[in-house]
Write a protein that binds this ligand. Structure first.
Ligand SMILES: [Zn+2]
Length: 270
C-alpha cells in the first residue's frame, strides 16, 4: 500500500481532508475529525513510511498521520470497490495524474490517528512494536524467539515481537522455512531460526513486488484497486487438501492457532 501511493503523495501539500459521505458506522479518528483537518491541511507530506501493517504520512510540522487498515482497509489512488465504504479523502495541491488518496474500509475496523510531534515515538517505541520483519537480523530473530515458549506461528503474528507479518504470510514463511507451525519457539535450532529469517525476507519481498494478496473476499487491492498477484504464488495458504507443491508427498492441512487459520504440509514441515 505504501509503494503504490508514495509517488503521488510525497512532497505534496495537503489541500483538504474530507470525510466521505457514508451510511456506515464511522471509523475511529483521533483527534476528532475537525481537529485532524485543522492540524493537517496546509502541511506537506515529507515522506510515506510503513510501520508494521500501518501506513504513515510524515508531515512537515513533524506530526504523523497513522492509518491502520486492520481487516479490510485500503489506501487507494482511484477505482474504489464502492463509494459507500470510502472514509477519508486527502486532496493535494497541484495537478498530477492523481491528486487525492482515499482510505476505503468495508468493515470499518480501521483507524486514522494524528500524532503530534514526538508522540509517535512514545506510542510505537520498541516496547510497543517490534522491529520491522524486513530489517530483522538473524541475531534479533534468535533473541526474540528464544524468549517465548509459544508456538512459532502464533509468535510470528505478535506485532510486539516482530512487526509486519500478517496471518497469510506467517503460514507461507514457515512453509518456505520447512518448520512445523506448532513448534515451540524455545525448541527452534539455530539453523531453523536462520531459515525463518531468510524465508521472511523472501516471502515479504515477493509479496511487496507483487503488491500483496487478494483473498477470497477480494479485499486486498493495490492503490489502483487492482487485485494483487501474490495469491497466485501461495504454496499452502487456503490450499487445504491439495498436494504440497514443495515436496509433492504431503497434503496441505489446516489447523487453528490463536483463532487464526494456519496451513502447512505435515511432510516437509516436521
Ligand atoms: Zn510438503
Amino acid at each position: 500500500m505504501v509503494r503504490g501511493i508514495r509517488p503521488f503523495v510525497e512532497n505534496r501539500r495537503i489541500l483538504d481532508v474530507i470525510s466521505c459521505p457514508t451510511h456506515c458506522r464511522p471509523i475511529t479518528i483521533t483527534p476528532p475529525f475537525k481537529s485532524m483537518v485543522k492540524e493537517t491541511v496546509g502541511q506537506t507530506v515529507t515522506s510515506v513510511s510503513r510501520l508494521g501493517k500501518r501506513v504513515v504520512l510524515n508531515l512537515s510540522n513533524q506530526s504523523n498521520v497513522v492509518i491502520e487498515p486492520r481487516m479490510t482497509g485500503l489506501m487507494l489512488l482511484a477505482n474504489a470497490p464502492d463509494q459507500d465504504h470510502l472514509r477519508i479523502e486527502w486532496q493535494f495541491e497541484g495537478e498530477r495524474e492523481f491528486n487525492s488518496i482515499w482510505f476505503w474500509d468495508r468493515r470499518g475496523l480501521g483507524t486514522v490517528r494524528l500524532y503530534r510531534p514526538g508522540e509517535i515515538e512514545q506510542v510505537y517505541g520498541p516496547d510497543q512494536l517490534g522491529p520491522d520483519a524486513l530489517v530483522f537480523t538473524v541475531d534479533q530473530w534468535r533473541e526474540r524467539l528464544k524468549g517465548t515458549s509459544r508456538e512459532v506461528k502464533v509468535a510470528l503474528l505478535d506485532q510486539r515481537l516482530v512487526a509486519g507479518i500478517g496471518n497469510l504470510y506467517a503460514s507461507e514463511i514457515l512453509h518456505v522455512a520447512g518448520i512445523n507451525p506448532q513448534k515451540s519457539c524455545q525448541k527452534l535450532t539455530k539453523p531453523q531460526i536462520e531459515r525463518i529469517a531468510e524465508a521472511t525476507r523472501q516471502v515479504l519481498e515477493r509479496a511487496i513486488e507483487t503488491e500483496g494478496s487478494t483473498l477470497g473476499d477480494g479485499t486486498y487491492r493495490n492503490a489502483l484497486s487492482q487485485s494483487g498477484q501474490y495469491q497466485n504464488e501461495h504454496r499452502v495458504y487456503m490450499r487445504e487438501g491439495q498436494p504440497c507443491p514443495t515436496c509433492h508427498r504431503g497434503t496441505i492441512l489446516r489447523l487453528v492457532q490463536a483463532q487464526r487459520s494456519t496451513f502447512y504440509c505435515p511432510k516437509c514441515q516436521r
